[in-house]
Design a protein around this ligand. Structure first.
Ligand SMILES: [Cu+2]
Length: 183
C-alpha cells in the first residue's frame, strides 16, 4: 500500500500545490481580465454615449462667446439659431443677410436689461418697428454683413427674432442665453 500511500503523496502532494495554487490564480486573473475588459467596454460604450449625448446637446446649448456670427438666410431662419453670451460683457455680432432678403437681429424683452451700439446699417434709422421693450441689435441689407455690438446684464433666456415684416411670424426666431459670468 505504499503505492497508494505514495500515490496521493507523490501525485496529490506536489501537484496539489501546482493544481490548486497555480491554475486558480491564473483562472482568477483571467476572470479579472474579462471583468476588466468588460468594464473597459462599458466605459468605452459610456464614453461613446456621452459623446453622442454631448453632440446632441451641442445643438441646443451653445458655447458662451463675446463674438457671434449669425446669418439670416433666404429661408427666413437664423444660422445658428441658438447662441449664448456672458452677462454684462460687450458682445460683437456679425450679422450677414443672404442675397435675397434683408434681416435684422432683435432681442425680445432685453431693452431694459442691456444696450446696443450702432446696428451697423450705416443710416441709423431703424427701418422696422420693434417693441420698445426689445433690443434692436443689428440690421443687414440683402447680401450685406454688418458688425454691431450689444450687451445684456440680466442672465436668462431671451428670444431672438427678425423684425422685418413677416419674418418673425414665419419662424425667424432663435434663442439667446445670457449666462451669469460668475456661475
Ligand atoms: Cu429676417
Amino acid at each position: 500500500m505504499t503505492a497508494t500511500e505514495e500515490g496521493p503523496q507523490a501525485r496529490g502532494g506536489p501537484p496539489a500545490v501546482g493544481a490548486a495554487a497555480l491554475p486558480t490564480p491564473t483562472r482568477e486573473r483571467k476572470r479579472a481580465m474579462i471583468k476588466l475588459s468588460s468594464r473597459t467596454t462599458l466605459l468605452a460604450a459610456a464614453a461613446i454615449a456621452g459623446t453622442v449625448l454631448l453632440a446632441g446637446c451641442g445643438d441646443e446649448t451653445a458655447e458662451t462667446s463675446t463674438e457671434l456670427a449669425i446669418t439670416g438666410t433666404d429661408d427666413l431662419t437664423f444660422e445658428p439659431d441658438t447662441v449664448a453670451v456672458p452677462a454684462g460683457e460687450e458682445v460683437t455680432v456679425e450679422l450677414t443677410s443672404e442675397p435675397s432678403v434683408d434681416h435684422d437681429l432683435v432681442v425680445a424683452g432685453a431693452a431694459a436689461h442691456g444696450r446696443a451700439g450702432d446696428d451697423g446699417h450705416g443710416d441709423d434709422t431703424d427701418e422696422h418697428a420693434t417693441d420698445s421693450e426689445d433690443l434692436h441689435v443689428a440690421h443687414a441689407d440683402p447680401g450685406q454683413t454688418v458688425t454691431a455690438t450689444f450687451s445684456i446684464d440680466e442672465p436668462g433666456d431671451y428670444e431672438l427674432y427678425c423684425s422685418v415684416p413677416g419674418h418673425r411670424s414665419a419662424g425667424m426666431t432663435g434663442e439667446l442665453t445670457v449666462v451669469d459670468a460668475g456661475a
